[in-house]
Design a protein around this ligand. Structure first.
Ligand code: ZN
Ligand code: ZN
Length: 370
């Protein structure tokens, strides 16, 4: 399957407006009425399918995360009826007869917000600034200059649609389509509002407080109903989606609800046992190193992982131990190690291949999923 973003010719972080614009432009070139060539129609289907996914925040998220957004009805093979295409152009109302209302539902909007690992764990309230379409105050969304109102369209006489006779292999077919002069509204705004040029909305910056709950991870989206773009003609606003991007921590590595940390300890501490401290998201915590600890040992600090977004409690912080073999020995240290080896009866020939008791495989399987 071709990349949907490439199909539409937009970048991966294109906003709803850019996606819509790109689709409209392509649809104008590829529409069956304009170019009935089968190959062009194949391309039109692909473009429409891509638009169907990328214009829907939920489907788009699913696609971004590698899922198949074409499950269920109306996928690639389902074909696209005329009403689907009209829906894509004009919102609802492809099949509906008569003039359409000017007020249309607004687009959903998407904004990405970066949070640190700590913020993702404990949650945070963020003030975000979004540039979006808001209702034009001058005309209250009507699009008309103060004191004026829309006039009946002279082409369709207010019906909002025009009829056309086309010849097909089945004979003459009468088709009606939205009136091009008034875009199917049945009325035209002859004196548009100077502020919004008849659209009923203007672009403005808004500051919004968002509560980001503890446990979120990259790709999660928080839906703020009615905080998206206001629709044209005073239509209701779409939703605003806040997508989380969690930045990497300096040394804590996240795996779902668990965190991982690599801790190097000197050979002597590993041999004799010791107590050390590590900095966790909850401040310093004691880690007890048992005498005779090997490299690859994992020590779990329960409930010091991430907050569970769903469910209760927290994951664990898993400390992966690495034992450091001493290097750069001075004369005295070297003598001591030699003496130590002598007392242990160890020499170069003491190394032997050991039958695996399962621990090596465990180590490989359980190795940090970094
Ligand atoms: Zn008209
Ligand atoms: Zn206005």
């Amino acid at each position: 399957m071709a990349d949907l973003y490439e199909t539409l010719g937009v970048s991966r972080d294109a906003n709803a407006d850019e996606i819509k614009r790109a689709y409209r432009k392509l649809a104008r070139e590829l529409h069956p009425d304009i170019n009935p060539d089968p190959q062009v129609q194949e391309r039109f289907k692909e473009v429409t399918a891509a638009y169907d996914v990328l214009s829907d925040p939920q489907k788009r998220q699913q696609y971004d995360m590698g899922g198949n957004p074409f499950g269920g009805a109306g996928g690639f093979n389902g074909g696209f009826g005329f009403s689907d295409i009209m829906d894509a152009f004009f919102g609802q109302g492809g099949q509906q007869r008569g003039p359409r209302t000017r007020a249309r539902a607004g687009q959903d909007a998407l904004i990405r917000v970066e949070v640190s690992l700590e913020e993702a764990c404990f949650g945070i309230e963020r003030e975000i600034t979004v540039e979006s379409a808001v209702r034009c105050e001058k005309c209250s969304g009507s699009g008309c200059q103060a004191g004026t109102s829309p006039t009946t369209c002279g082409i369709c006489k207010g019906r909002g649609e025009t009829q056309q006779v086309t010849r097909s292999i089945l004979g003459q077919v009468m088709t009606s389509r939205p009136c091009a002069a008034c875009q199917g509204f049945g009325t035209v705004i002859s004196t548009p509002c100077r502020e919004c040029h008849g659209d009923g909305r203007v672009r403005a910056r808004q500051t919004i407080n968002v509560k980001i709950p503890g446990g979120v991870e990259t790709g999660n989206r928080i839906q703020l109903a009615g905080r998206g773009e206001v629709g044209p003609g005073g239509g209701p606003a779409g939703d605003l989606y806040v997508e989380i991007i969690q930045t990497e921590h300096e040394y804590l590595v996240r795996d779902g609800d668990d965190l991982h940390l690599a801790l190097s300890i000197p050979f002597s501490a590993a041999t004799l046992g010791s107590k050390t401290k590590v900095m966790t998201l909850d401040g310093e915590q004691d880690v007890e190193i048992k005498a005779g600890t090997h490299s690859g040992t994992k020590i779990s600090l329960k409930q010091h992982g991430m907050t569970r977004l769903r469910g209760s409690g927290r994951g664990d912080l898993i400390v992966h131990i690495e034992v450091l073999t001493p290097t750069k020995l001075n004369r005295e240290q070297e003598d001591l190690i030699k003496k130590f080896a002598e007392l242990r009866g160890e020499d170069g020939n003491s190394a032997k291949v050991k039958a695996d008791d399962g621990s090596l495989l465990d180590k490989i399987r359980g190795a940090f999923r970094f």
